[in-house]
Design a protein around this ligand. Sequence first.
Ligand SMILES: O=C(O)CCC(=O)C(=O)O
Ligand SMILES: [Fe+2]
Length: 346
Amino acid sequence: MAISAVIPVIDISGDQTEVARQLVQAAEDHGFIYIRNLGKDIAPAAVDEAFDLSKKIFDSPLEEKQRCTIQTNNRGWSGMHSETLDPKNQKVGDFKEAFNFGEFIDGKAQQPLPSPIAPYEPRFNAFADSCHALCTKLLYLLGLGLDVGDFFSSAHATSKGTSGSILRFLRYPAAESTSHSADDVRAGAHSDYGSITLLFRLKGQAGLEILKKDDTWAPVPVCPPGTEDDPSPPILINIGDLLSYWTNGLFRSTVHRVVFPADGGAGGGVAGESNSGTRYSIAFFCHPAGSTLLEPVPSERVKNFNLPEGTPNANPYAERKVMTADEHLYMRLKASYGTLYDEKKK
Ligand SMILES: O=C(O)CCC(=O)C(=O)O
Ligand SMILES: [Fe+2]
């Protein structure tokens, strides 16, 4: 039975200097952080509502979803196997469906929506806004902890221009309803493309694993010890490639994946979790304004850091060539949705 990942659990409402120190340490050591959800930043009822809305998206008629098929702007619906997060190792694309919302303007999604969810547009917008506000707070604290003030958070201000930020709803069909082989995964191994990601999961639903420094996989419980009685499971934060890039690898953009049950139903070794049934999750990928240059952050701690030789799981895209946030995003999307991007280029 796999041993669960040990990831710090932080209550960000405490002394801000101390919280900033803890966040930076966790970003360096793990790249994943649990933020307790005590209802101060995102109301538990808002998370519940978002999961209800997720069901409405995916239960929409197929032709409605197809009408909103994902475009090269990374917005819209992607069906089973249309994305392959780990193209080098997967024989079959991800066993999941996803729906991506890009940025809203004046309360309006800038993309077609399946008609059953159109009446809820303001609710999706409100949820995306609260996710963005929490990301801004976390990015500010990470900057504080690195002594660079608002270097990160200000690059994510909506006033700086449009960004690749995405609110993504995910549905993974029940393992027992799909025919998959032992090598198949629900979502291939990958690191996230943005600055930070917020991940919301449902109590009891196993599947997420992270790659540890020793190159072995560990399941990530939805409710780590000490949070079982919180009003909502902690929000799982992870560092994405851009923060890793900006910090020359000091912050870890940790590789993760979503797996099928190894034994046909039990959780991945996490007490109280099951790996059967349909699995839902919601991710908010926070990106800076698309024109932001990914230059190293002017921090002493970053300057003095050298990635140890042979570190597994280091961000493979962090070669030191300054590019913009949009160039980086396009490079990553092209790798996982090859044909979509090839077709568009014709
Ligand atoms: O569904 C999950 O738990 C993780 C999803 C994920 O890693 C992603 O969409 O980038
Ligand atoms: Fe991810």
